[in-house]
Design a protein around this ligand. Structure first.
Ligand SMILES: [Fe+2]
Ligand SMILES: [Fe+2]
Length: 262
């Protein structure tokens, strides 16, 4: 039986839950999120085969799974959306993702899914344009915030104006330092540095993103791996750090592209 989820926000009507301990075996630790508001529900970055069954069991304690409104996918990776076909079959959900991935995601659903279960995969996908969009949700909306090249070419974060949480996908991800909110930022840096240097495309992308999200009223940045950043000070420390970070293309040299010796 997996541990109870962490309640990130709950005002009685609007609820944000974080499942942080569903991955077992060889997969990297990852967080999955469930947002509930009245009749509406959304899973963010629910993952693949590793998390499908435990997440299905855990989430069904809070809602009727077949009535799931949305699966929100920040990008196309296996730990984000590999179980696409199962969510389509077991619920009525729409899958919301970058328009860059909308035509590729049907490759995750077997022919069996579309033929025998009469699930028209592409019709259930909502492609997000590059400039982002608002998604009606409960009495408010969820904002799909552009985060391109961080790390995927077509990448979105999801901002919930009710809880003031920015669900930031791989941005801010850490490995091996637990899942509770960061307390000592400097001590936390080594747990996210290597990942960001290699997986994020460039300092330009980090800086443009950080400048844009500073205009949102953010209480918490919650990544898909590891520890959240809670409160103005920690959120500010993270945005400052990532704005200055050299990563991805900034670090590539001729050496990086030399073929291995035969
Ligand atoms: Fe990823
Ligand atoms: Fe990830």
């Amino acid at each position: 039986m997996p541990a109870d989820p962490i309640e990130l926000y709950n005002d009685g009507n609007h609820k944000c839950l974080m499942f942080d301990s569903l991955v077992t075996g060889d997969g990297v630790q990852s967080n999955q999120f469930l947002i509930l508001d009245g009749e509406d529900s959304a899973l963010i970055d629910p993952g693949g085969d590793l998390t499908f069954t435990p997440l299905q069991v855990a989430a069904s304690r809070y809602m009727r799974l077949d009535a799931l409104t949305y699966v929100l996918a920040s990008h196309q990776d296996p730990d984000i959306i590999a179980a696409l076909d199962r969510w389509l079959v077991h619920s009525q959900c729409k899958v919301v993702t970058s328009k860059l991935w909308a035509r590729f995601l049907p490759h995750l659903a077997s022919g069996h899914v579309s033929r025998n279960l009469k699930v028209n995969v592409y019709e259930r996908i909502v492609p997000i344009p590059d400039e982002g969009m608002n998604l009606r949700f409960g009495k408010n909306s969820l904002q799909c915030v552009p985060a391109h090249f961080l790390h995927s070419v077509g990448n979105f974060h999801f901002y919930d104006p009710v809880s003031r949480i920015l669900f930031s996908g791989d941005m801010g991800a850490s490995m091996g330092d637990g899942q509770s909110p960061v307390e000592d930022f400097d001590r936390h840096v080594p747990f996210m540095e290597g990942f960001h240097r290699r997986y994020m495309a460039s300092n330009k992308a980090c800086r443009l993103w950080a400048n844009a999200v500073r205009h949102l009223d953010i209480d918490m940045i919650v990544p898909q791996h590891g520890r959240p950043f809670k409160g103005k000070i920690m959120v500010g420390r993270f945005l400052d750090w990532v704005s200055e970070l050299a990563c991805g293309l900034d670090l590539m040299t001729e050496e990086s592209y030399r073929p291995p010796e035969g």
